[in-house]
Write a protein that binds this ligand. Structure first.
Ligand SMILES: [Zn+2]
Ligand SMILES: [Zn+2]
Length: 353
């Protein structure tokens, strides 16, 4: 008993001591210096070991707001470079906070030009520029990508001049500033990128009235990942994702969206009710995504671009209702920062940035 009270006293004294110590400026400085030294380092160098494919979820939300998720973005690491599929608002922060080395970017692939897929292009551009990329940022997409890139470059023209003037040409080299668009025909499947063993194939998906809209398949060292972009249930996606290791599919719970629409109607928020009603036909339900994964013969199905974002266990359960009847195993809901490792020797494992 006496020993216990001694132990409790010692713990209390320690907590009390810490509370006082953290008010001392010199202690605060020492703690901050220690954390800053670690946090500012690009820490994810192990991802670039060239062993198969890696996927990082840099944004898993949709235009429906979430405090836990950024808008849509998926990073693929192959060899010594990483590639982004879409760059939704807030997504660069996930990669930067996770310690990704910006200079290793190989390009951005856009699936279509809805704002929730391109909102962070300027952040990706700026941070990979001073991160040390060796050329202007390559942005690939179906026809229309030139217009998006031209507009972004124009919007950032003054910012670019300020950065060069302020930090100097060594840190902000004018010859690697800005973005370059590479456009392709989005109406039929074809290989749009090939480099050092990485092959990227674009294929059309169904997101009417948004045309063109594409998904992408990445093949590298015998491993493969397919990304749906925004689409309703799509035969083309299934056809072009045959036998992939991971199908990354957007998902929208029409059950939940329908209830949100009814609530908006009841609250007389007419514009919102109309939008919620309109979007019900151009996305894929979790059950349909499970069926698509089965038909494609995908080993794993990972859901992302959640409408609405299910941010608590009850919402997650409701979102996934009915899925296990169609596909029992190898289904996962992505969170921001999820890392998927697909080594050349086979297998799959998960970690976090
Ligand atoms: Zn979207
Ligand atoms: Zn869209």
């Amino acid at each position: 008993m006496r020993l216990l009270s001694w132990a409790a006293g010692a713990v209390l004294l320690f907590i009390f001591g810490m509370a006082i110590a953290t008010r001392i400026p010199a202690v605060q400085d020492a703690m901050f210096e220690r954390v800053a030294g670690k946090a500012l380092q690009p820490r994810q160098t192990a991802l670039f070991d060239g062993d198969g494919l890696k996927v990082i979820f840099c944004g898993t939300s949709s235009p429906v707001p979430s405090l836990k998720r950024e808008q849509t973005c998926t990073a693929i690491v192959a060899g010594d470079q990483f590639y982004l599929v879409d760059a939704g608002t807030g997504s660069w922060e996930v990669l930067q906070a996770g310690g990704m080395p910006g200079g290793k970017i190989g390009g951005v692939f856009l699936t279509h030009f809805h704002s929730d897929h391109i909102g962070d292009l300027s952040e990706v551009n700026l941070n990979t520029w001073f991160g040390g990329r060796t050329a202007p940022l390559s942005v690939y997409g179906p026809e229309g990508v030139e217009r998006v890139v031209e507009g972004e470059n124009e919007a950032l023209a003054l910012d670019t001049l300020y950065r060069i003037a302020h930090h100097g040409e060594q840190v902000m080299p004018p010859q690697t500033a800005g973005m370059t668009a590479f456009s392709f025909d989005g109406s039929a499947p074809h290989v749009v990128f090939e480099k050092d063993g990485l092959k990227v194939t674009a294929f059309p998906v169904k997101h009417d009235p948004v045309k063109p809209a594409v998904g992408y398949r990445f093949d590298y060292k015998g491993r493969s990942v397919s990304i749906s972009g925004d689409t309703a249930y799509s035969e083309s996606l299934i056809e072009n994702s045959k036998g992939v290791d991971v199908l990354i599919h957007e998902a929208q719970s029409n059950l939940m969206v329908g209830k949100m629409r009814d609530a908006a109607q009841a609250a007389n928020i007419g514009n919102l009710a109309k939008v919620l009603s309109d979007i019900m036909t151009y996305h894929t339900t979790p059950e349909e995504a499970a069926r698509a994964a089965n038909e494609a013969g995908a080993d794993w199905l990972i859901l992302t671009h959640f409408t609405p974002p299910p941010d608590n266990p009850i919402a997650k359960r409701m979102f996934m209702r009915g899925v296990s009847k169609i596909r029992r195993d190898n289904v996962k809901m992505a969170d921001d920062g999820l890392v998927v490792l697909l080594p050349e020797a086979g297998g799959i494992s998960f970690s976090a940035l």
